[in-house]
Design a protein around this ligand. Structure first.
Ligand SMILES: [Mn+2]
Length: 357
């Protein structure tokens, strides 16, 4: 019944008579059909999903709460839908839409203005930020695969294996366990490369004394997961252990403070300020975390620039790090669900101290 929320939205807007949604994730979110192409047209009464012959049979079965229509003359069909509901202004969801698409849709309409305001997008973003029970279950199942993957890959971390081989082994295992695909290119780095927050795996071989940073995520049942662990190969220095402990404490400080009503900004500040007060000032450059769901990066973000207030049903990654150029880096990333009074941490992999494997 998610379409109803769009219909209600339109009925509460004086300036918008209908909406066009092109982005794959938003389209899927509202009509439950997974296609790489299609148009969702919603007016104040009902919704129409326009798809081509590749998807028509599937969508007639899978799509919920909308009229599924075969695309024949796209231009004419869009114009007719706008005219039938006497729309003067149509707002287009421009997230994931090119300028070219926007111009094309504008040219389809006669006597109807196509808007590119942020009103529709922000309403959709706000709705998607609050996950329902089934979404939480899917994210948990997706994260569960990562916890299995981490246990699996620990067995393969040893001197002489390359970063790339570890990344490939991990991906292959996760696919075997049922992941639809990876949510992003895995980050598997070692030694001084761990000081790059988003380094890419190479044929570099692991050595005793290296830290290994593994940041990975998959899509399961259309929902993303994302986690990071940093471990040591065979031995760890006191400095590596100290930095690990600091990052872990910064993460715990933030996780313990997350609850409905707090601002995203203040959670970011808690972890950031804690690390700034340490001997490793200025070594944490990126945001503390992001939301995830159908996409691996969704809003709200736990960042110093965010103006969002935390709500029950939000999902956040919490991923502080310390990066020491030319030496090593440590990042620890968990995913938490916001409950009535705090959070539920769904990342179960061990993190209490720097693992030496
Ligand atoms: Mn992340």
């Amino acid at each position: 019944m998610r379409i109803n929320s769009l219909i209600n939205f339109l009925n509460n807007q004086d300036e918008i008579d209908a909406a066009i949604i092109l982005g794959n994730h938003n389209r899927f979110y509202f009509c439950n059909a997974q296609t790489s192409d299609g148009i969702l047209f919603v007016n104040r009464k009902e919704a129409f999903l326009l798809v081509d012959s590749r998807y028509i049979t599937y969508c007639k079965e899978a799509a919920k709460d909308c009229n599924v229509i075969l695309i024949q003359d796209r231009k004419e069909q869009i114009r007719n839908l706008a005219q039938e509901c006497k729309a003067k202004k149509i707002d287009m969801d421009i997230s994931n839409v090119s300028m070219e698409d926007f111009k094309y849709f504008s040219s389809c309409l006669e006597g109807t203005k196509l808007l590119d305001s942020d009103t529709l997008e922000s309403a959709i973003r706000d709705q998607r930020a609050v996950k329902d029970e089934s979404e939480l279950e899917n994210i948990k199942a997706s994260q569960n695969l990562l916890d299995m993957g981490f246990s699996y890959i620990l067995k393969h971390i040893k001197p002489g294996i390359s970063e790339l081989e570890l990344a490939i082994k991990l991906e292959f295992y996760l696919r075997q366990q049922g992941a639809q695909k990876v949510a992003f290119d895995f980050i598997v780095t070692s030694g001084t490369k761990t000081a790059l927050p988003h380094g890419m795996p190479s044929d570099k071989l692991l050595q005793a004394g290296d830290l290994v940073m593994i940041d990975f995520g998959v899509i399961y049942n259309n929902y993303c997961s994302d986690m990071t662990r940093t471990v040591a190969v065979k031995k760890a220095s006191d400095k590596q252990k100290e930095v690990y402990k600091l990052v872990l404490n910064a993460q715990k400080l933030a996780i313990d403070a997350i609850k409905p009503g707090k601002s995203c900004k203040e959670i970011d500040f808690l972890a950031r300020n804690f690390l700034e007060q340490s001997d490793f000032k200025g070594c944490f450059g990126h945001g503390l975390g992001h939301s995830l769901g159908l996409e691996v990066h969704e809003t709200p973000n736990l960042s110093s620039k965010s103006c969002d207030i935390i709500k029950k049903g939000n999902v956040f990654t919490v991923e502080p790090g310390i990066y020491l150029k030319g030496e090593f880096g440590v990042r620890i990333e968990d995913t938490v669900f916001v409950t009535d009074s705090g959070v539920q941490n769904i990342t179960k992999s061990f993190k209490e101290e720097l693992l030496i494997v």
